[in-house]
Every structure is written in C-alpha cells, then in structure tokens.
Design a binder for this molecule. Structure first.
Ligand SMILES: Cc1ncc(COP(=O)(O)O)c(C=O)c1O
Length: 282
C-alpha cells in the first residue's frame, strides 16, 4: 500500500479521506501538478513549483507551503515510497465549506500528494485523433476540473487511438494531456504560450534542449492543414517525454515511422535526463 500525504500527515492511501464538502469534490475548485521522479529526484522541480505558484495565484488560493516546504514534503513522500522511479501527483483545493459558488470567508486549503508509478514513454510512436477544442478560456491553469480533457481523451480511446490533438479556430492548441510539436520542411514548430494551452514543463525543457543542440524550434501557430501535411508530429509530457505521432486520424504521419528529427530530439532528451541523474547522485 502506498503512502500518501494529506494535510500535514503521511498515511496509507486507503486511510486518506476528504470530506464530501471539499470544494475540489463539489466544484473542481483546485489545481494540481505532476512531476516525474528519476532516481528519487523530482525532475525540474523548480519549474513545476513555478507553475504550481502561477496556478494557485490564478485561482486566488494562498500557497499553503513555501517552495522549500513543498520540496521537503515531496522528497519525504518519494523516500517513504521507496524512492527510485515514479511520478508525483499533488493537488491543492480551496478546502471544505458550505456549498456556495463564491469563495468562503474562512477556509483552509486541502493539500494532497501521492507517488504513482510513471507511465512508460512511447518512443515506438503513438496514434492521435483530431477534435475541436471546446475547453474553457484559461487552459494555462493546471486546474483539476478536467471534464473536457476527460471527454476528449475518451474520444481517442474509443477511436482506438492514444491521444486527442485539439484545434481551436483552425489552430492547434495542444492535446488532451500533452503539448504538440510539428516538423515540416525541417522547421520545428510548437504553438506559442497562451491562455488556450497549458505551459508544458516538458515543452519548455525540450525547447532549450533543441536550441542547445542546434535544432531551434519556432513558437508559432500551427494550422490544421499544417498538421495534416506535417513530416513529423510529436507529443510531449512529463511521462510521455517526447513521443512521435505515427498515425493521425488513421493516416500515416510522414512514412508512418518515428521521424529523423524526432530521433535527434529523443537522443538529446535522454542525454539531458542522464545528466540530471548524474548531477542528482553527486
Ligand atoms: C493539457 C495538457 N497539456 C500539456 C501537458 C504537458 O505538460 P507537462 O510537460 O508539464 O507534463 C499536460 C500534462 O498533463 C496537459 O494535461
């Protein structure tokens, strides 16, 4: 049984309880983070903490812990779960109060964290479908209210695919739970940051890795037509790392195999991880 953290205590998962009036349960009024852990060390923890702070500020929940306290808590949680390779999930909701839409006057945020096994990366390639992005206008907040993402991902599963790439007003925003990159005529492009997509940590890390490797990526709009005519499409995310999309809407992307540019990006990303592992064991 894994050990989780809830409001100041470490306890077995099946003993962790949250009251039904928690606003996370009632309204989806909260935010979350997912952080990959390699060799017991959270990967780019500072970037995830930065995004957590932005998400909390955006929904006006006072951050219940300082950054150092978060890191201490998460490291302790990883250690109590045996360290090694896993994925940290942490969630902060506005707390427990009588059900009224507006913020309660006095409320203490609920803080929960758990350590899960990490989904495997997919270097062999994934498939995707394309759907209209009907989510709200603040997709830059990592909100726990993920109903639209859930429904959109389910469409991929029911079509026998892995992920759903989202299009708003003819432009790619991101995917149901990952960021999107496209390679066309040797140009690598990813949509610019905006309120319509989550600022992916893996996306940002990959942009820096590509730049350092002499493979600069342009932050620009991707039209649906560009996607359909792309030589390569990649998805990035904390568990997925950098995955080549080899099939879109049942049609092969490029030659239907992971592309040459992706191969370099993958290699550079793995080297970056190896350097992180080395640094964290010193
Ligand atoms: C909607 C969405 N976009 C992008 C991402 C990728 O973000 P990250 O690279 O920080 O995991 C995620 C991850 O869960 C996501 O849910």
């Amino acid at each position: 049984m894994s050990t989780v953290y809830l409001n100041g205590d470490f306890l077995p998962l099946d003993e962790a309880r949250v009251p039904v009036l928690d606003r996370g349960f009632m309204f989806g009024d909260g935010i979350y983070e997912v952080i990959p852990v390699y060799d017991g060390m959270p990967f780019h923890a500072d970037r995830h903490m930065g995004r957590l702070e932005n998400s909390l500020a955006a929904i006006r929940i006072h951050n219940p812990l300082a950054r150092e306290q978060w890191l201490e808590l998460l490291t302790e949680l990883v250690n109590r779960n045996g360290g090694g390779e896993c994925s940290l999930y942490l969630q902060v909701t506005r707390g427990v109060a009588k059900r009224e839409h507006a913020f309660p006057a006095q409320v203490t945020p609920t803080v929960f964290a758990m350590c899960n096994s990490r989904h495997a990366a997919r270097p062999e390639g994934v498939s995707a479908v394309l759907r209209e992005d009907y989510r709200w206008g603040r997709c830059d907040i990592k909100a726990i209210s993920l109903l639209a993402n859930v429904l959109l991902r389910q469409e991929a599963v029911e079509a026998g695919a892995d992920e759903t790439i989202l299009v708003r007003d003819g432009m790619v925003t991101e995917a149901a739970a990952s960021s999107v990159f496209v390679v066309r005529d040797d140009f690598i492009v990813t949509p610019p940051k905006s309120p319509m997509s989550l600022p992916g940590v893996t996306r940002d890390v990959l942009l820096e890795i590509l730049d350092a490797a002499g493979l600069p990526c342009i932050e620009g709009q991707i039209k649906v037509e560009d996607l359909r005519e792309a030589d390569e499409i990649w998805l990035t995310g904390s568990s997925l790392e950098v995955a080549p999309v080899i099939q879109l809407e049942g049609q092969a992307v490029g030659n239907g195999k992971p592309g040459m540019v992706w191969k370099r990006a993958w290699k550079e990303f793995q080297q970056h991880k190896a350097r992180f592992r080395e640094a964290s064991t010193q």
